[in-house]
Write a new protein. Structure first.
Lengths: 197, 197
């Protein structure tokens, strides 16, 4: 029989960024935590394993389709924000600025990793655009080589349909000092400088 | 009904040192991990919740008493290494230097936190020493105010019994540069300097 402490450590260290030392610390914390803590965590993980699917509308991961955000009636139907990952939707929702709809690609085009456009949720996106309500698509893929390539690919695909295709502004991030801003961001911040009013 | 993703995030962020961002990252990683990963983790946590007790000998946390280390027959019965936490036993086992027995106190004396000697596993330690086989006790509590106080308390308790009571050497840690060594460690390294042979 395997040792329950060791096997819990082995399981937790499967998480990215969690090595043996951290996993050990977490397991011993769990052993001293109030009764029921480990059980509550285990239950949440079990539900996670069984109870999550992709939303038929936006392809985000959700417990029920359509997802919570697609089910909200007051959101702007003419505006779709395309993101790479479900986490990106959470980031936008935290920012609280966007009131349109989302679409999750589940990745970005990356030939080196063998990820081609047909592995992303581009077909369901085109399906949504065919309904005709959407007027603008914001391509909010990451500001990386893969994210930029994916945005470019989608722009070439969507512009001929007659849609307004935009990309979020790039520049100095909020709360950052110029001194510590990387060269690419600084160059883009200059190129996209805004007239002060 | 609560969202399974959100509730998994809520559960994982209960871990010390894991905030909402990290918990979110872990949960989305789990959702893309090979099928069965979340279930295997959940199972390990459930066993952890039910299958762990204290060893009747050394008070370490274990699946069965006596624990794996107390059950090993070839270990030196005359030497006990007293540590604060079960993790400390793992650290010593990793070092691979110690071949005696362990005793886990489950904490250190800390009046500010309301932890008094009678809340530690000192009574079971005295019981073990009463058997008479033990000749030396190594007080390997942490090199902190609480750890030092606990070692001092135990030394005063054990020396009258006629036992050899020792404390691990303190000094510059392996692989560290003198320049970056803290003042206390450097002072102790000088006080305990060794003749080179």
């Amino acid at each position: 029989m395997s040792d329950p402490i060791l096997s819990a450590v082995q399981q937790l260290r499967r998480f990215p960024g969690i090595g043996e030392k951290t996993a050990t610390r977490l397991v011993y914390w769990l052993l001293r935590a109030p009764k029921g803590t480990a059980k509550a965590m285990a239950d949440a993980l079990l539900v996670l394993a069984d109870g999550v699917c992709e939303c038929a509308m936006c392809c985000n991961l959700t417990a029920q389709s359509p997802c919570r955000l697609c089910a909200q009636p007051h959101r702007n139907e003419t505006l779709i924000c395309v993101v790479e990952q479900p986490q990106d939707v959470l980031a936008f929702e935290r920012a609280g600025e966007f009131r349109g709809r989302y679409h999750v690609l589940h990745g970005s085009i990356s030939p080196l990793d063998g990820i081609t456009p047909d592995q992303l949720r581009i077909r369901p996106l085109l399906q949504r655009l065919r309904d005709g309500e959407v007027k603008e698509v914001i391509l909010a893929t990451n500001s990386t080589v893969e994210g930029d390539a994916t945005a470019l690919y989608l722009a070439r695909l969507l512009q001929p349909i007659g849609l307004k295709v935009t990309r979020p502004a790039q520049g100095v991030s909020g709360g950052t000092e110029i001194e510590y801003t990387d060269a690419v961001s600084l160059a883009r911040a200059l190129q996209n400088r805004q007239v002060m009013r």
